[in-house]
Design a protein around this ligand. Structure first.
Ligand code: AMP
Length: 232
């Protein structure tokens, strides 16, 4: 199955895409993760992408496509994939269409995670990663036990570089202006999902919203999941 996850920053795309990867077997492909890895590795591409990322702006299409083209060409993506954070603009939607057409593939569903702006702000400004356990936490929403467990493990709560209030406001406005219009572009494939509630609740809604795995056309010799695995 080839799925796109759309939604504002903080809507939970990464969390849900990873869950779907675990359930369905299609790899989660996050352009944000690919870009952060390039920045951390200090590659030339990473160096060119960093300023836009720090400002909450979109990285240019050629840089993003260079990373994405390589990743989607990998063997583990041949039976399907879950795109998380791509496409983010009309030009990227066209580039994706061309990329898929060239390999005779098509999208099966576009999942839109919907959440009010005030909740998005709290999710993003409160988001932290525990340096000891690597667990994703939120200072507003995580339970006292979870936050204490991180402290007990000797962890520090690290904030992502682009999770400051100013950058967050910019990322949300970039989303409204450049990404939200894609909803009309994908009208035929679109599945809207309420992203409020616990990760378990949202995941159940996503499973219900997706087409059955056996109604999609897996690639020949697909290493993807067997039909029915998703809904079973
Ligand atoms: P994310 O982790 O998806 O929130 O992405 C973090 C940052 O990486 C974004 O604010 C952008 O600067 C950059 N980025 C991620 N995906 C894309 C994309 N598809 N196009 C352009 N920039 C992106």
């Amino acid at each position: 199955m080839r799925i796109v996850f759309l939604g504002a920053p903080g809507a939970g795309k990464g969390t849900q895409a990873r869950r779907l990867e675990a359930r369905g077997g299609w790899p989660q492909v996050s352009t944000g993760d690919l870009l952060r890895a390039a920045v951390a590795a200090g590659t030339p591409l990473g160096k060119r992408a960093k300023a836009a990322m720090d400002a909450g702006e979109l990285v240019s299409d050629p840089l993003v496509m260079a990373l994405l083209g390589e990743r989607l060409g990998a063997e583990d993506c041949s039976g399907g994939f879950i795109l998380d954070g791509f496409p983010r603009s009309a030009s990227q939607a066209l580039l994706l269409k061309e990329l898929l057409r060239a390999s005779r593939q098509r999208l099966d569903a576009v999942v839109m995670l919907e959440l009010p702006r005030e909740v998005l702000m709290k999710r993003l400004t409160g988001r932290r990663t525990c340096s000891a356990t690597g667990k994703l936490l939120n200072i507003y929403f995580s339970s006292a036990e979870e936050l204490n467990a991180s402290r007990a493990a000797g962890g520090e709560l690290i904030q992502r570089d682009d999770d400051t209030e100013e950058t967050i406001a910019n990322r949300l406005s970039v989303y409204e202006q450049q990404t939200r219009p894609l909803l009309a572009h994908y009208a035929g494939l679109l599945r809207r999902v309420d992203a409020a509630g616990t990760p378990d609740e949202v995941f159940e809604r996503i499973l219900r919203a997706l087409p059955p795995a056996d109604s999609t056309a897996p690639a020949a010799n697909s290493a993807g999941p067997s039909p029915g695995k998703l809904h079973g």
